[in-house]
Structure formats: structure tokens, C-alpha cells
Design a protein around this ligand. Structure first.
Ligand code: KIV
Length: 297
């Protein structure tokens, strides 16, 4: 029995979990308070996903997300975590140009962001070379195949991938190649459960599924989706564990009503001058605003 551990989650620990057939829990986070709660709740991996762009920054896709935005949010997350492994998601165009730029960008997640590794989408020959180079530069890499949201323009929408033979084979080969290139785990997104099960049993490294059925070594969800903070359409694989939108809406409506009718703040929410200083506020007013007639005098 490997779990539970209070030490920092490491690549070796995750691989041990796979060997022992214990499931890995992962969620995204983008800020300090949520990351603190996920860590306290025992989540193994916190991914600072580029889903940030859609669920926090209000973009339609993940494509506009920048390195600066990712580093800013990764720093907030790593300040909060004690145990979880933190992975920074490389945004669109941060790993597509030269090998050197890509390694420098990945290293920023480690050096500036305090992350333990990076995730990048795809398994093209150039991507595999990059994974090898990053591992050579001592940067742990999480791969990502199946639905890769940064390819949304090419794919033509956020659709399930690998339902037919050609695509299924490409996803399978991609996952195997990422393992060979040195990735320490691979995300399988929106693929049939049967395909994810076969990939999971063929790989030595852990698979982390999102919309990929129950046979992956671990599961990941976008935290805003599972907490009920996402207003838009949710894919069918999302299980809503809370309705924070409802909770927040009710709280803020109550606040607006209380402020409107003056029932907030109450006496318990106020600071007061000491009795012996009771006249201080009036004296300050007279000094600052001049000796004008006080109402009622
Ligand atoms: O950006 C993200 O949140 C992700 C996960 C959905 C795997 O890539």
C-alpha cells in the first residue's frame, strides 16, 4: 500500500502508484486559495492548465494564453502547495518555434514558477524531439494526446478523438512514443474508454484520463467544471461535485440586499474609538474641514 503520503509527490511515487494499481488524482488550479484547498484535500497532481484561458480569463479557446499569464498563475499555485506535484502547461506557440526557445520557456516554469514539470500537447516527431531535449535538461514532461485543445482549429471543434481505426492507432502510437521519449506520464483526453484501457495497460508510465473512462491510472478534471463554477456547456465526462455558482450567487445577492437596506455592517463588524477618545473624530473634522456649523447645533 503506497498511499497516503505526506511527502512531496514525485515522479517515482506516481510510478509506484501505477505498479501498485492505486489511482492518481489530479485537478487543475490557477490561484493560491484553490491550490491550497486541493493540496489539503490530498490531490496528487495540480496542473496549472492553459484551460486558464477559458475558465478564468474568459477567452473562447486556450490559444491566446501567454507564457506571462501561465508563469503568473503557476507562481500563485506553487506558493500554496505543500504535497502535490505542480505541473505547468505550456501554452500555444511557447513550444512550436525553435528547440532553444521551447526549452527556455519550459525552464521558466521550473525556475520562475516553482513547478515540478511541464505538460505539452501532441506527439509529432518535432514534439518527441523536444520531449527528449527537455528530459535531457532535467525537466519532467507530461505528454497529452487524444483531444488536444490547442489543435482546435485543425480538428474543427472539441470532439472525441480515436473512434475510428486510423485515429485510434495514431493516438496509441503517440502515447507509446511519448513514453519512449522520456515523458513521465501522459494525459489521454476525450478518447473511447476501451482505447484508453489498452493504452494504459501497454504503457509503463501512468496515464491520466479526462473523458477517457475508468481504466486510466489516474483522472483529471478542470476544477472550475467539477466545482460548478463554469457557466457554459460542460462535456458529459464532467461530474459536478458542487454548485459553487449557486452558493456564490446567493451570497452576493444577500450582500447586495443587506447593503441596500443598511443591515450590513452590524455592530460586530465595526471598530470604535476608545471612550476617552470619543471626541477625536469630531475634533479632526473641525481641524480638517474648518469650524462650520454642525448639524443640530
Ligand atoms: O489545460 C488543461 O486544463 C488541460 C487538462 C484538461 C488536461 O490540459
Amino acid at each position: 500500500m503506497v498511499k497516503p503520503s505526506t511527502d512531496r509527490v514525485t515522479v517515482c511515487y506516481l510510478q509506484e502508484l501505477k505498479k501498485q494499481k492505486q489511482k492518481i488524482s489530479a485537478l487543475t488550479a490557477y490561484d493560491y486559495p484553490v491550490a491550497r484547498l486541493l493540496d489539503e484535500a490530498g490531490v496528487d497532481i495540480i496542473l496549472v492548465g492553459d484551460s486558464l484561458g477559458m475558465v478564468v480569463l474568459g477567452y473562447e479557446t486556450t490559444l491566446p494564453v501567454t507564457m506571462e499569464e501561465m508563469i503568473h498563475h503557476t507562481k500563485a499555485v506553487t506558493r500554496a502547495r505543500k504535497r502535490a506535484m505542480v505541473i505547468g502547461d505550456m501554452p500555444y506557440l511557447s513550444f512550436h518555434l525553435s528547440l532553444r526557445d521551447s526549452i527556455e520557456n519550459a525552464a521558466r516554469f521550473i525556475k520562475e514558477g516553482g513547478a515540478d514539470g511541464v505538460k505539452l500537447e501532441g506527439a509529432s516527431p518535432a514534439r518527441l524531439k523536444l520531449v527528449e531535449a527537455l528530459v535531457e535538461a532535467e525537466i519532467p514532461v507530461m505528454g497529452h494526446v487524444g483531444l488536444t485543445p490547442q489543435s482546435v482549429r485543425k480538428i474543427g471543434g472539441f470532439r472525441v478523438q480515436g473512434k475510428e481505426a486510423g485515429q485510434a492507432e495514431a493516438i496509441f502510437r503517440g502515447a507509446l512514443a511519448l513514453e519512449k521519449a522520456g515523458a513521465f506520464s501522459v494525459v489521454l483526453e476525450s478518447v473511447p474508454a476501451e482505447l484508453a484501457a489498452e493504452i494504459t495497460s501497454a504503457l509503463k508510465i501512468p496515464t491520466i484520463g479526462i473523458g477517457a473512462g475508468p481504466h486510466c491510472d489516474g483522472q483529471i478534471l478542470v476544477v472550475n467544471d467539477m466545482l460548478g463554477l463554469t457557466a457554459d456547456y460542460l462535456p458529459r465526462f464532467v461530474k459536478k461535485y458542487a454548485d459553487l455558482s449557486g452558493v456564490i450567487l446567493t451570497a452576493v445577492k444577500n450582500y447586495v440586499a443587506d447593503v441596500g437596506c443598511g443591515s450590513y455592517p452590524e455592530e460586530v463588524h465595526c471598530y470604535h474609538l476608545k471612550k476617552e477618545n470619543a471626541g477625536l473624530a469630531r475634533k479632526v473634522r473641525q481641524k480638517v474641514a474648518g469650524k462650520r456649523r454642525q448639524p443640530g447645533s
